[in-house]
Design a protein around this ligand. Structure first.
Ligand code: SAM
Length: 351
């Protein structure tokens, strides 16, 4: 399939593939459908305000997603804020499930959630066509978890949500844990056991400077090497250690994957800070108010919805997406002199 390029008339055919100026093929779209959240995780939110940006109507997200699907997007992740708070979510998933990629397949549809409402929504989401969920969970010790989320009883509720998702077949079920030194890095060993007991993929994520407040320092990041070393020293798991690294399934995979000697339980480590993977990035994001972000750390946003609201046709919108993706940043500059935090934090971009 030809790479998407603009003709002299500034149009681009549906069915071309999105590429950037570094030759990376962009096939993974993350769409935030609200920036509201029912948790106020203390490393993410200041706790002072909720939604900051407007939401589009479900039909408007669908039109924009269809434009991207026509340009080669084959993986779609719904996120937020907390996507399970969004009214119309089931209908949105149903309509995305009815779309086809440019090669005629169904899109791979995933969703990132804090899991609080998953107990009742897992079944309907699966029936609507959702393939997988990733649940964010930053501790396996209930009091620590509730201190982080600032919601009483949240640990048991999320555990119920995880089990409901597994029962509904939203698998492989991934649990994402953001690690901050001196804060929840004591949970590493507990999560290794949790991965095996609950038969889930636990993925540790390095903390990035994307919080509402100002918490990030290089020292607060717990690097990949340290996580592997600490798991390898767990006495009660000595019979299935050291961890064995698994091969990459695709070049743009963000996680380094490990398993135990008996193959039970999987640990992933996503290291955007200590081992950046920008060179293989295949992602682009759409915020809840319809702006394209070509990188989590972009300093500029591209107002796709603004063009749509002003009456642009699909062809014009496609050309705009192609042009915008061409300008995708080579890489982020976390930890380098002159690094600038983006104007939006993670909860308002869509993680
Ligand atoms: N509410 C949903 C959830 O909890 O998964 C989706 C939105 S949340 C912002 C998406 C993910 O971003 C969560 O796993 C969260 O832990 C992660 N996150 C938030 N701030 C982060 C940061 N500064 N660095 C790395 N990950 C972060």
């Amino acid at each position: 399939m030809a790479a998407a390029s603009l003709s002299a008339s500034n149009t681009v055919a549906s069915g071309s593939r999105l590429t950037d100026s570094y030759g990376r093929v962009i096939h993974d779209l993350r769409v935030s459908i609200t920036d509201r959240c029912n948790y106020k995780c203390i490393y993410c939110r200041t706790g002072e305000h909720g939604a900051q940006y407007p939401e589009l109507q479900i039909g408007e997200y669908l039109r924009l997603i269809r434009i991207f699907a026509g340009l080669g997007i084959n993986k779609l992740r719904l996120t937020g804020g907390e996507p399970l708070l969004r009214r119309g979510l089931i209908e949105l998933v149903e309509s995305i499930a009815a779309m086809r990629t440019i090669t005629g397949e169904r899109l791979d549809i995933a969703l990132t959630t804090n899991g609080h409402l998953l107990d009742t929504l897992a079944g309907p989401l699966k029936a609507a066509g959702l393939n997988r969920v990733t649940v964010s969970m930053d501790a396996v010790d209930a009091p620590t978890f509730e201190r982080i989320t600032r919601v009483d009883g949240s640990f048991q509720t999320v555990l119920g949500g995880i089990r409901a998702a597994r029962a509904a077949g939203l698998t492989p079920l991934k649990i994402n844990c953001v690690l901050l030194r001196g804060f929840n890095d004591g949970e590493i060993e507990g999560f290794a056991r949790f991965a095996r007991e609950e038969d889930v993929v636990v993925r540790f994520i390095e903390f990035m400077p994307l919080e509402e407040g100002r918490l990030w320092t290089p020292e607060i990041v717990v690097p990949l090497r340290e996580i592997v070393e600490r798991i390898n020293r767990i006495p009660s798991l000595a019979h299935v250690l050291p961890l064995r690294e698994l091969p990459l399934r695709e070049p743009s995979e963000t996680a380094r994957r490990y398993t135990f000697a008996d193959g039970k339980g999987e640990i992933g480590i996503i290291a955007p800070v200590s081992q950046a993977f920008c060179g293989a990035c295949s992602r682009v994001r759409l915020t809840s108010d319809g702006k394209i972000r070509t990188c989590l750390f972009s300093q500029v946003e591209h107002d796709l919805y603004g063009r749509m609201r002003a009456g642009a046709g699909d062809e014009e919108l496609r050309a705009y997406v192609v042009r915008t993706v061409q300008g995708k940043e080579a890489r982020h500059h976390i930890g380098e002199p002159g690094f600038l935090k983006p104007s939006r934090s993670m909860v308002h971009i869509g993680g």
